[in-house]
Design a protein around this ligand. Structure first.
Ligand SMILES: *Cc1c(COP(=O)(O)O)cnc(C)c1O
Length: 955
């Protein structure tokens, strides 16, 4: 089938035209795509028939279908709270970040020289978090509040000197979904969790008593509590520290503008969500989780940390800090598996703070509090008892036996409030709450309409915040529309994203997505749903979720899918927990060994550790394939203890291993389960199905294969597919009774990052079965075309027996580096001068570059990239020939900034022109790097992770 026979949209998504495909095939020596694929993909795993997903629809038709689904959602005013609040996204932020491909199509800032804009935005984020929580070091986002709480648990276990066997103590007013996620994760690690009422605990004995007379390694409290109550935790913190326990505050950011900070109260760690800083509820996500820590804990934090360093000219420059620590997610020594996080949402939240500034945020918080005070006064005047006199925005009313009636009465008035139990109802006020809504809530309780108070703080003076917040000038400089727009534009202009050109990052599948796929995510019908709203109000998004689950089953060959995990790493954990649950249910809980090939992505081993498994590495054969002899040995060695193998298919070496079926049978025969890491599904869709060639479970990355843009390092969605026997062990959720799995939740919300699912839904709907297969075929063709063109200049490290690769290829620079001194780093940075983002560097093999073009790049762009790489090879030749010393080559000095050219004395053996317009670079398309090469080690020695003062940038 040619693209001409396919729906219109397919030819817009797939870069190469029919003619291009013909000439690429010719270059490779194949008559047609079928012939190429017959050679490239092992016959044993091929599926014959076309995918049975709905026939493709046009872009306007898909938008119509989405509108129909959206209209089936009923957007009431949700005053449920529990970590999700109404918020006004500043339109300037919505349009210029969330809807701007310069921000949403960027990749994780591993190449810091081309990522200065988003790194600055993330540094602003870290500054906001650090300031508001009163703790010195904050990371650049976690996945959501509940998983951040779980990360705090393991961080405290590492940081506490309490004896082995000590327990984690949770306050009963921690958000219920956080408690549930912590319990899921703790069970896998064999950590005991005790939930208790902690507000009355004031000394070490009380703490021990609350923990059932056991030692405690960590305590986690909600601030303010789920019931809205503001407690003074000082005495508890002191008691905990006296018993060697660490303390984490799960804190509300908006409340922190008015409340004494966790840091001031002695907290070791603060975690939470940034949702109400301008990010819509979106039926549960995505939103940025946050974590900050006190001094001494910064080097054990999960997730990424942005720091300040210097470039080759000594100018300040941002980059990811402590990356060697991350390198990457340190396998079996891992402390966390987080890779993709929530960068785009963290950027939005940071800009909400930049837009409003310290005074604006306080004004919003005071206004919210004033509305809560007004409502409280009406309730009290009407004879309704409240559980507490000190609250920020949430009131819990005592309504003996009447909770259902109150909830129903509120519903009648268009408002969702929260039924805590038969006798209690809670209501949360937010910045969007109107006087009419307050009156309606009061009406539901049968009391008079409230009059919002002027915003006096009426809580204990010891908990009134007195220190200044957000004093850095960036939070005061951009309050006009003009200033903000220009600030956002300035930052975006510093970065290289898919809106400028190809990002050939192996393993990351940087395909460009269509605007139509993005359109619906900001519609209020999807954006403004509370994840715990009654199911009757969310039929539209639920039917979209059901469609997507069914299509993913069809595509992968699995029987059930869970969309709850909000990144690939979380899917891995959920999948391994399903395996664990399965073994346990069969009385085989001794099975705890997870085999992982040496070439696996770092998250695999980290997830296995988090699932309570023991990692055993299987070696690589010289061909790059899994060493089958070693596999047999390891299977034999671990016998009855074998729980699973995690394999990536096609492998991270970029080849289709034809031993995959044999591997699966061997592991199954030994009683183990097969986890197929599906991050490389872009090489399989429509050609082969992991659920049919031997996998028991896989995660997919919707942010790779299914067009959710990378957002500069998140959001992501990492659903898992499982075969029938594992379906009973999929994640459940305390507030979603339809999720009946026996494993607890792995995300805060039942459907994780639900509000971006319409992107993947639209992609499948627009492509149809044949279109999806066409994308896969083209991705494989393009990778082979690149391997063929570049193979003459840089050896391709691994290929199948027929010399073909899968959807990516590894270029081996190690010999060249040895002979010339030119490193992969030099090549990666020199590509910036040529107008490219580097391929993946030194993964999975040090000293190599892994190239993945994806189907969405045109032949012209593939050729432009190949031409650049070939020109760079010629520059290396000059070094080899002794014409240019490596240390003074354009390669080593790359990237070249405009400032670096304008020096009076140019003393390099290459011209200024060759520095910035090397071979074939079109001056009209030139991307100028804003900084020279960054010295990462300097920044790691001098760790600075919040905004440096403006003086740092002088001269
Ligand atoms: C990207 C990737 C992952 C991790 O996915 P995240 O969403 O970043 O957590 C796991 N395995 C492989 C092979 C990957 O490429």
């Amino acid at each position: 089938m040619t693209a001409l026979d396919l729906p219109d949209f397919v030819s817009r998504h797939v870069g190469p035209t029919d003619d291009d495909v013909a000439s690429m095939l010719q270059a490779l020596g194949y008559a047609d795509l079928d012939q190429l694929l017959a050679q490239a993909v092992p016959g044993g795993i091929r599926t014959g028939e076309e995918l049975a997903v709905q026939a493709a629809a046009s872009e306007p038709a898909v938008i119509e279908e989405l509108r129909a689904k959206a209209s089936r959602n009923e957007v009431l005013t949700s005053m449920i709270g529990l970590g999700y609040y109404g918020t006004h996204t500043p339109p300037v932020v919505r349009r210029n970040i969330l809807e701007n491909p310069a921000w949403y199509t960027a990749y994780t800032p591993y190449q810091p020289e081309i990522s200065q804009g988003r790194l600055e935005a993330l540094l602003n984020f870290q500054t906001v978090i650090s300031d508001l929580t009163g703790l010195p070091t904050a990371g650049a986002s976690l996945l959501d509040e509940a998983t951040a709480v779980a990360e705090a648990m393991t961080l405290m276990r590492r940081g506490s000197k309490a004896a082995k066997g000590a327990v984690l103590l949770l306050d009963a007013q921690l958000l219920p979904q956080s408690i549930a996620v912590v319990q899921t994760r703790a069970a896998a690690l064999d950590l005991d969790v005790v939930v208790a009422e902690l507000r009355e605990v004031t000394d070490p004995d009380g703490l021990r008593a609350a923990a059932g007379e056991r030692d405690v390694f960590g305590v986690i409290v909600q601030y303010p509590g789920a019931d809205g109550v503001i407690a003074d935790w000082r005495a508890l913190v002191t008691a905990a520290h006296e018993t060697k326990a660490l303390v984490t505050f799960a804190a509300d950011l908006l409340a922190l503008t008015l409340l004494t900070s966790p840091g001031d109260l002695g907290a070791d760690v603060a975690v939470g969500t940034c949702q109400r800083f301008g990010v819509p509820m979106g039926f549960g996500g995505p939103h940025a989780g946050y974590m900050s820590v006190r001094k001494g804990l910064e080097r054990t934090m999960p997730g990424r940390l942005v720091g300040v360093s210097v470039d080759a000219d000594g100018a300040p420059a941002y980059r990811l800090a402590l990356q060697t620590r991350e390198q990457h997610i340190r396998r079996e020594k891992a402390t966390s598996n987080i890779c993709t996080a929530q960068v785009l949402l963290a950027v939005m939240a940071s800009m909400y703070a930049v837009w409003h500034g310290p005074a604006g945020l306080r004004r919003i918080a005071l206004d919210v509090h004033g509305k809560a005070v007004g409502l409280a006064e009406s309730l009290l005047a009407g004879g309704v008892e409240l559980v507490s006199e000190t609250y920020f925005d949430t009131l819990t009313a005592v309504v003996p036996g009447r909770a259902d009636a109150v909830v129903e009465a509120a519903l009648q008035r268009g408002i969702n409030v929260w039924r805590v139990d038969n006798d209690h109802v809670s209501v949360s006020v937010d910045e969007t709450t109107t006087d009419e809504q307050l009156a309606a809530v009061a009406g539901a309780f049968g009391v008079n309409a409230p009059v919002p108070s002027g915003g006096e703080l009426d809580w204990d003076a010891a908990l009134v915040r007195t220190d200044e917040i957000l004093t850095h000038p960036v939070f005061s400089a951009h309050h006009s529309e003009t200033a903000m727009l220009r600030y956002l534009r300035t930052l975006a202009d510093r970065d290289y994203a898919l809106d400028r050109g190809m990002i050939p990052l192996g393993s990351c599948t940087m395909k460009l997505n269509a605007t139509t796929e993005m359109e619906s995510i900001t519609w209020p019908e999807f954006a403004n749903l509370h994840p715990f709203a009654p199911a009757t109000q969310t039929e539209g998004i639920r039917s979209l979720i059901t469609d997507l689950e069914q299509w993913l089953c069809e595509i992968t060959g699995y029987d059930s899918v869970s969309l709850q995990p909000n990144a690939g790493s979380q899917g891995e954990l959920a999948g391994l927990l399903a395996i664990r649950g399965y073994h346990q249910a069969r009385g085989e809980s001794a099975r705890n060994v997870c085999l992982i090939p040496a070439s696996a992505h770092g998250t695999n081993a980290a997830s296995a550790v988090m699932a309570g498994m023991k990692v055993v590495v299987v070696g690589t054969a010289p061909s790059g394939e899994i060493d089958m002899d070693d596999l047999l040995l390891k299977i034999k060695e671990h016998g009855e203890a074998l729980a699973a193998i995690m394999v990536t298919y096609p492998s991270t070496h970029g080849v289709f291993e034809d031993t995959i079926s044999e591997l699966c049978s061997l592991v199954h025969e030994a009683g183990g389960q097969v986890y197929v890491d599906g991050a490389n599904l872009n090489a399989l869709i429509g050609l082969a199905r992991p659920g049919k060639f031997g996998g028991d479970v896989s995660h997919l990355n919707l942010h790779k294969t299914f067009c959710i843009p990378h957002g500069g390092g998140g959001p992501g969605v990492g659903p898992i597919g499982v075969r029938e026997h594992l379906a009973p062990y999929l994640p459940s959720h305390p507030f979603a009774e339809e999720l009946t799995g026996e494993t607890g939740p792995v995300s805060a919300a039942p459907y994780g990052s639900a509000s971006i699912l319409p992107i993947s839904w639209a992609y499948v709907r627009l492509m149809g079965g044949a279109g999806l297969a066409r994308a896969t075929q083209t991705a494989i063709l393009s990778a082979n075309y690149i391997a063929k063109r570049l193979g003459e200049h840089f050896p391709v490290l691994y290929a199948g027996e027929d010399g073909l690769v899968a959807h990516e290829c590894i270029l081996d620079l190690r010999d060249l580096t040895r002979e010339s001194g030119v490193t992969v780093d030099d090549v990666a940075k020199r590509l910036i001068d040529y107008g490219f983002h580097a391929p993946t560097m030194s993964f999975p093999v040090a000293g190599t570059l892994m190239v993945e073009p994806t189907e969405s790049e045109s032949l012209e762009e593939l050729d432009r990239f190949c031409d650049a790489m070939i020109a760079i090879r010629a520059e290396i030749q000059d070094v080899l020939d002794g014409v240019v010393p490596a240390a003074d080559s354009a390669l080593r000095h790359a990237p070249h900034t405009a400032a670096s050219l304008t020096v009076d004395d140019w003393e390099h053996p290459y011209s200024r022109r060759d520095a910035v317009y090397p071979a074939g670079v079109d001056p009209l398309r030139k991307y100028w790097a804003p900084v020279r090469r960054i010295d990462g080690a300097y920044g790691d020695r001098n760790l600075v992770c919040s905004c440096p003062p403006p003086e740092a940038f002088e001269d």
